[in-house]
Structures are given as structure tokens and as C-alpha cells.
Design a protein around this ligand. Structure first.
Ligand SMILES: C=CC1=C(C)c2cc3[nH]c(cc4nc(cc5[nH]c(cc1n2)c(C)c5CCC(=O)O)C(CCC(=O)O)=C4C)c(C)c3C=C
Ligand SMILES: [Fe+2]
Length: 402
């Protein structure tokens, strides 16, 4: 039996916990392989952080955070220790610290809205932004050459209040309240050290990261993620996603990755007036099947030269971009209506890569020539180095912050 929040409730809180764990065969949150198991727990520990190669869940809560004035590198190390311990518990379906009923005369350690919910395959993934390597923490000498602010890119219409951040945390789960709860409690643990700069909720994954997953659809109604880098392709993961041992790759980041986030608004009212033929010519794939234009199987080999020159997949294909590949892990979002009464909805594009130059190469091409630009607007942006994973007992980011 695995003790999730629900099981803990059934067994009657702390007393039940002691009784239950005393019995043979009981474990606190059985850890499973990348896809999560019957108990909906994705392993937190490992050479890479979970939430990259692990199967993409359905919901997202993403936050970018800034470090408060006066904070020291030692304070950051303490925060990472608190975040590591809390994340390890949250991903097993347990409350933070002593829980949601920890003390009658003080605010409880945990905010409580996930009590009774399963771990829901929660993953929490942490990154550090270029601004963390300024003169505040003595980290300038450790900044990887690849971790600068993203250059201005064609088509940028960026809102700076929805861009960048010293740190980021990506929480993904199959229950929106579990993802929300994770970020809320991590931000709470960081009070006095960090503040949330901006955040984004996402519903509905827009890519598959495993061959075992069906390809989902984005808000334009197209299958998205068909040609994604998948976790089963170990060679592609090593070549295109994980930071390795090249001389320009710092040791503290080995086993980590880089994350680009782009809040991309879809001009949905315009898209909805385009004919099916126009929509398919824009993407370069058929809408219903997801197959390349002219084919009927979603996974048929895509021949870029046979597609319209300004179609999205032709321009995004590795053959058009000196082999550049990304692991896409984005989510659909909606935040109601914008000032002019149009839907504020689209794709919260998240992509992991071994080198940010892969995204820069792609977006320079797409931003200049993609027919999809008639229907989208990049309004938020960020780049972070995503820390390597940790062994049990170790603290995330300790090699960087030592
Ligand atoms: C800079 C990288 C990319 C951005 C930004 C981007 C935005 C974006 N994409 C879609 C919809 C689809 N994209 C598809 C494929 C695809 N997209 C990128 C990169 C970016 N997309 C790549 C590398 C690829 C794969 C190309 C290939 O190798 O064939 C597809 C087709 C299905 C699939 O393979 O995933 C769709 C659909 C939207 C709507 C969007 C911005 C809102
Ligand atoms: Fe795309």
C-alpha cells in the first residue's frame, strides 16, 4: 500500500500514519518509473529532474521568481534545501512539512487544498535564469556562455512583466489543484527570499514526450507533438536535450538542460475564420489525422521540400535548421478576454534543449517566414538553465551555489 494524502486521511492522520507504517509492506509513497505508476507518483530523484523526459501531464502551473534585495548566496542555498525537501514530499502526494493541521496557534506548514488528493503524477522542475549570475551572489564566473538573455527575435511583442525571472519552477500534474498547490507552497516557503514575478496556468498538454502517449491537440485543433523528441529516443535526448560534458558545458549543469518559455497568444477569432485548406497549408499537416500534407498516417515521414515554403512544419523541421531539435512540453492556456474583448488564449510554449541556440535558430526562421505568424503573437518569454537531478539526501543546485 502507498500512503498518499487520501490513504493518510483514511488511516486517521498522524496516529494512523504511525500505525500504517509499522505494518509490514507499507511504504511512504512508492516511487515508480518515469510515467508514474498506479499510485500516480513520478520519481523525484534521478540524474535528471522529473518534468522534462517524464510523460507530459495534463495541467501546468508555472512561476518565474525574483530574488529579494539583501538575500545572500547562503540564503539561496537554504531555500534550495527547503524546496528540495518539500518537492520530494509533494511529488509523493504528501503535505509540506508537518502538514495542513500542524499547529493550532500558527499558520499550518501546508496550505491544505491538496488534502485528500493523490500525487496526480506531480513533477516540479527548477531552473535558474541569466539574471541570477549578475553581481549579487558572486556567481558571474559560473554563468554558462549559453545562458544570456534571449536576443530580440522577429515577431517579438513581449510584455516584460510576463518575461524572465531569476528562478523558475514548472509544476505539472494530472490534477490542476495539485499543480497549483505545489507552486503556492513553494512560493510560501520562499517568503522573504523570493517573490513571484509572473505565473501561468496551463490546461491541456500540447505535446507528447513519450511514444506511449497519444498526440494531443492544441487550441487551433491540430495534433501537436507528433514529431517531438521522445524520451524513448535516448540518442536524441543526449544529443538535443541533456547538457553533457563538452568543454563549454559547466560541470554544475551536467544532466540539466535549458528551458525556453514563450507565452504565445493565438488570434483565435482570425484563425476561426480561415478555411480548413488555409489552416492545413499554414501548418503543413492535415487537421484530422495529423499526417503530413498528401499523406494519411500521422507518423508518415515528413518531406519538408514537398510542403508549402511558408508552412510551419517545413520551416521548423531539423533539415531546415542545421539539425536543431527541441523537446516541446507546452500547454494550452486561457486567461479570459484581453482589453479589446478578444480571447486571451494560446500556447504556453515550453521547450527543453541542450543549447538555447537551437531555439534561437528556429525562432529566427519562424518569426521571419512562418505563415502561422498571421495567427499568433509572442507576448512573454524566458530562458533558464534547468538544474540536474538529485540523489536522495542531496540538495538541488548545490554544485552551483556551493
Ligand atoms: C521555435 C520553435 C517553435 C515555436 C515557437 C512553435 C510554435 C507553435 N507551434 C504550433 C503548432 C505545431 N507545431 C508543430 C511542429 C513543430 N513546431 C516546432 C517548433 C515551434 N513551434 C517544431 C520543431 C516542430 C516539429 C517540426 C518537425 O520536425 O516536423 C506542429 C505539427 C505536429 C508536430 O510535429 O508537433 C503543430 C501543429 C503552434 C500552434 C505554435 C504557436 C502558437
Ligand atoms: Fe510548432
Amino acid at each position: 500500500m502507498t500512503l498518499t494524502r487520501r490513504a493518510l486521511l483514511r488511516t486517521g492522520g498522524a496516529a494512523g500514519l504511525a500505525a500504517a507504517t509499522a505494518g509490514a509492506g507499507f511504504v511512504l509513497g512508492r516511487e515508480t518509473d518515469a510515467g508514474g505508476g498506479p499510485d500516480h507518483v513520478v520519481a523525484f530523484h534521478g540524474p535528471h529532474q522529473a518534468g522534462i523526459a517524464t510523460a507530459a501531464q495534463d495541467r501546468l502551473h508555472f512561476a518565474a521568481l525574483d530574488v529579494e534585495p539583501g538575500v545572500t548566496r547562503a540564503d539561496l542555498r537554504d531555500l534550495m534545501a527547503r524546496w528540495t525537501a518539500a518537492s520530494e514530499r509533494l511529488t509523493r502526494g504528501l503535505d509540506v512539512g508537518a502538514g495542513a493541521s500542524s499547529a493550532a496557534l500558527a499558520p499550518p506548514d501546508d496550505t491544505g487544498e491538496a488534502v485528500g488528493l493523490s500525487a496526480a503524477n506531480l513533477t516540479v522542475t527548477f531552473g535558474v535564469g541569466p539574471s541570477l549570475f549578475d553581481d549579487r551572489f558572486g556567481l558571474a564566473g559560473r554563468r554558462p556562455a549559453a545562458l544570456g538573455p534571449l536576443p530580440a527575435l522577429p515577431g517579438d511583442a513581449l510584455d516584460r512583466s510576463r518575461s524572465d525571472g531569476d528562478l523558475c519552477v514548472q509544476a505539472c500534474a494530472d490534477d490542476p489543484q495539485v499543480a497549483f498547490h505545489a507552486v503556492r507552497n513553494l512560493a510560501r516557503l520562499g517568503r522573504g527570499v523570493v517573490t513571484v514575478r509572473w505565473s501561468q496556468l496551463g490546461f491541456g498538454r500540447t505535446s507528447s514526450t513519450s511514444t506511449a502517449q497519444a498526440t494531443p491537440r492544441n487550441l487551433m485543433g491540430f495534433k501537436d507533438g507528433t514529431a517531438n523528441v521522445k524520451a524513448e529516443d535516448a540518442r536524441a535526448m543526449d544529443e538535443a536535450v541533456w547538457v553533457g560534458g563538452r568543454p563549454d558545458e559547466p560541470a554544475w549543469l551536467r544532466g540539466g538542460s535549458y528551458l525556453v518559455a514563450r507565452r504565445i497568444r493565438m488570434l483565435i477569432e482570425v484563425w476561426d475564420r480561415a478555411s480548413l485548406g488555409d489552416q492545413e497549408q499554414t501548418i503543413g499537416r492535415h487537421k484530422r489525422s495529423g499526417a503530413p500534407l498528401g499523406a494519411s498516417d500521422e507518423f508518415a515521414t515528413l518531406r519538408p521540400a514537398s510542403l508549402p515554403p511558408d508552412s510551419h512544419v517545413r520551416l521548423a523541421h531539423p533539415d531546415t535548421n542545421r539539425g536543431a531539435r527541441l523537446l516541446r512540453r507546452g500547454y494550452s492556456f486561457t486567461d479570459g478576454l484581453e482589453a479589446l474583448g478578444q480571447l486571451d488564449a494560446g500556447l504556453f510554449f515550453l521547450a527543453y534543449m541542450r543549447d538555447p541556440s537551437a531555439f534561437i535558430t528556429l525562432q529566427n526562421r519562424l518569426g521571419t517566414s512562418d505563415k502561422l505568424n498571421e495567427y499568433i503573437k509572442h507576448v512573454g518569454s524566458g530562458l533558464w538553465a534547468v538544474l540536474p537531478g538529485v540523489r536522495p539526501g542531496a540538495v538541488l543546485g548545490s554544485a552551483l551555489l556551493a
